[in-house]
Design a protein around this ligand. Structure first.
Ligand SMILES: Cc1cc2nc3c(=O)[nH]c(=O)nc-3n(C[C@H](O)[C@H](O)[C@H](O)COP(=O)(O)O)c2cc1C
Length: 398
């Protein structure tokens, strides 16, 4: 958007002049943990409640309020409402709800709401009398009838004293409703999902190792997709250059043996295990101490002997209960369908996601295509960036 380059899918978080404005800080962090960038837009009155600096520090983006005077972003109301994933107005005053109902566009928040072509969610927060005023009730009905997704306030303590309905919905509920609006159906709520990702490294000596081209992107995308579906996710990761997803428990390992030990430790208490890691099937029989020297240790270097690593997917397939779902990945350069089908049977997996990695495809790339094999069926999922492909894979499986 203009010169502001968002790196991840964007949530536009609009904050209006309510006592509950401070709760938007938790909302912002919650969205970030789920892998979103957050652009905060504040009404002028919202700034009476929370300083824009707080949101700027948390979001790492300047807070927007002005329609004009943003040189790097000359038409923010159109861009933000159309190029983001969703617009979330939380907390929403009676005033902003009235403006949206009237189709007014006299500030940045109301203009974004009017120009938005992405889901718009409104979480009202106000005094109970304001909330139950027929004007507010009508306004809420009007905006809901036009497709705005309302997140009802709850009964609770009022800043002005007493109790009543008008308390901002819990932050977790606002996040959940946003995820549902984005197509993440919360089908894994309450489930434990174990995911392995990345390559493994098998040391030859103190500085050399055997590995492969896996970047971990697919496993990390699946971890985020499962978390967005409401799962508790444990991610067992080989060495990758990706930021650890805050929402998941991350266990870092280096070798296949270490990954295997971690899987064995957690597997029994997980409902679903997804093995995306491209583990090294073989490792050097001997790991030499120190660095082998060219010229001195040529014999050792040219006669490396390899031994087989444990087969983690096969172990999981053998040890799963009837309530556990085991999903393996198959990276193949030839005969994808046959090889993936054979892997489904030989590993006793419930699903195999087959990737054609011929010609440098998939490994390290942001996009991938997938062939999903289960029972005696196969289905091709549309090629997509790995975030969306991860969502589609999980959607299909759950
Ligand atoms: C201390 C204080 C708290 C307020 N809390 C709320 C509130 O929770 N909900 C609400 O709708 N309005 C509340 N208001 C009134 C709004 O701030 C006022 O209607 C303002 O014009 C809203 O502007 P905005 O919608 O552009 O942010 C409060 C006002 C004050 C002075």
């Amino acid at each position: 958007m203009g010169n502001t380059s968002y790196k991840k899918p964007l949530i536009v978080l609009c904050v209006t002049g309510c006592i509950a404005a401070y709760k938007a800080c938790d909302l912002l962090r919650g969205f970030q943990k789920l892998g979103f960038d957050v652009q905060v837009v504040m009404t002028e009155h919202a700034k009476e409640f929370v300083s824009p600096q707080t949101f700027e520090a948390l979001s790492a983006y300047p807070v927007l309020s002005e329609m004009f005077e943003i040189p790097q972003n000359p038409i923010p109301h159109i861009k933000l409402g159309q190029q983001s994933a969703a617009v979330v107005i939380a907390p929403a005053t009676a005033n902003i709800i009235a403006k949206i109902a009237q189709g007014r566009a006299d500030d940045l928040v109301s203009s974004i709401a009017l120009a938005a072509s992405v889901p718009v969610l409104v979480a009202p927060a106000m005094n109970e009398v304001m909330y139950n005023n027929p004007a507010t009730i009508d306004n809420l009905k009007t905006i809901a009838s036009r497709g705005v997704l309302l997140i009802d306030p709850i009964y609770g303590h009022m800043a002005c004293g007493g109790e009543g309905k008008g308390h901002l919905a819990p932050v977790e509920d606002i996040i959940e409703q946003t995820l549902i609006a984005l197509g993440f159906g919360q089908k894994l709520r309450g489930k434990n999902v174990l995911i392995t990702a990345g390559p493994t490294q098998e040391p030859i000596d103190a500085v050399r190792y055997i590995t492969n081209r896996s970047s971990g992107k697919m496993g990390y995308a699946l971890a985020m997709a499962a978390a967005k579906q409401g799962a508790h996710v444990t991610l067992i990761s080989g060495p990758v250059a990706l930021p650890a997803p805050e929402i998941c428990d991350v266990i870092n390992v280096v070798t296949t043996q270490e990954m295997f030990e971690a899987v064995k430790r957690f597997f029994a208490s997980y409902d679903m295990a997804i093995f995306t890691a491209a583990v090294c099937d073989f490792r050097p029989e001997v790991t030499f101490e120190g660095k082998l020297k060219k010229g001195v240790d040529n014999e050792k270097l040219t006669s490396l002997s390899l031994i087989e690593n444990p087969d983690i997917l096969a172990w999981a397939g053998k040890n799963k209960t009837k309530d556990q779902i085991v999903i393996g990945f198959a990276a193949e350069t030839d005969n994808l369908l046959e090889n993936a089908k054979a892997k489904l049977v030989s590993k006793n997996a419930d699903f195999i996601v087959g990737n054609d990695v011929s010609g440098g495809k998939v490994f390290g790339k942001d996009e991938a295509c997938a062939l999903l094999i289960y029972k005696d069926k196969s289905i091709e999922l549309d090629c997509n960036n790995k975030e969306l492909l991860a969502r589609d894979i999980l959607d299909f499986i759950v």
